[in-house]
Every structure is written in C-alpha cells, then in structure tokens.
Design a protein around this ligand. Structure first.
Ligand code: RB5
Length: 154
C-alpha cells in the first residue's frame, strides 16, 4: 500500500508525526509537502496529491491535513476519481472506507490531537470497501452529477 501524504503549514507538524508512525508500520510514504511551517495554500497541496493519486497504478490511499480538514476535502473532491472524507474519529474514518470507498482521509490538525489522529488514520487504513452491492451502486452514482434520477433503497 502506497500512502500519499500532504499538508499545509497548519497540518505540517501532524503530517510529520503520522509519517514517522506510518513509516515504522511499513507503509511506503509519498510526501508531496509541505516541508516546513511556512505559510502555504491548501488547494496547491490537495491538487498536487490528487493528481498523483489518480495516476497511481499501485494500491494507494491519501492523507491530507490542514487546520480543519475542510479546505483540503473541498479541494481534493474537485478531482474526478477522488472521494475525500474529512473525519475526526475512527468510526467515521472506517465507515468512509466501508460505505463510501473513500480514497483520501482529511484531518484537521487544529481539531484532533496526535493520538486521535493516529487512531483515525489506523481505522481508515485497516478498513476495506464493503462487498455489498448497494454501496457499490451508490459510489458509482457519485460520478454522476445530476444525471441520475432513479432512487432505490437497500
Ligand atoms: C490555514 O490557516 C487554514 O485556513 C487551513 O489550514 C485550513 O484549515 C482551511 O480549511
């Protein structure tokens, strides 16, 4: 599993903390920056990471960190093929993988402390997409913008 990681200045210290932990866990990390706490614009980092993630041919997920996780998630979800989820605790992170097949976890470094962030990342990484048809159908519909009007339950 390749992990793409990126952060703006607000997320930089948390990125470094998580990168150290995940490297020890054996993950291959592709760090797209930033590399200091100098001010940076979160859309620049989100666009760099998502461009590389959607072109990656190996199994890969992304982690984007800003102050709240909100700016990163808005920016990341602009790119087709990205399903970025902003989560602050493990239950949401796991369900983002299981139900939504999220491929990027966004974290808010001003919202979660390092240990909660680590637990949230671990839940995201250990959970897979559900095999159930209804979740696959719904995720397929995410790629349709206003073109699908039928509604099914399940
Ligand atoms: C930077 O101050 C802050 O606005 C940014 O990290 C992020 O929280 C935006 O959503």
């Amino acid at each position: 599993m390749i992990l793409y990681m990126g952060a703006d200045h607000a997320g930089y210290p948390l990125k470094e903390f998580l990168k150290s932990h995940l490297t020890q866990q054996g993950y291959e990390i592709q760090d797209v920056g930033v590399y200091s706490e100098d001010p940076a614009d979160y859309p620049d980092i989100a666009h760099q990471l998502t461009e590389r993630l959607v072109q990656e041919t190996r199994p890969a997920l992304g982690i984007l960190i800003c102050g709240t996780g909100i700016g990163m998630s808005i920016a990341a979800n602009k790119r087709a093929g990205v399903r970025a989820a902003n989560a602050s605790e493990p239950v949401s992170a796991a369900l983002a993988r299981e139900h939504n097949n999220a491929n990027i976890l966004c974290l808010g470094a001003r919202v979660v402390g390092p240990e909660l962030a680590r637990a949230t990342v671990e839940a995201f990484l250990r959970t897979g997409f559900s095999p159930e048809d209804r979740h696959h159908r719904r995720v397929q519909k995410l790629e349709l913008v206003g073109g699908e009007t039928t509604s099914r339950t399940g």
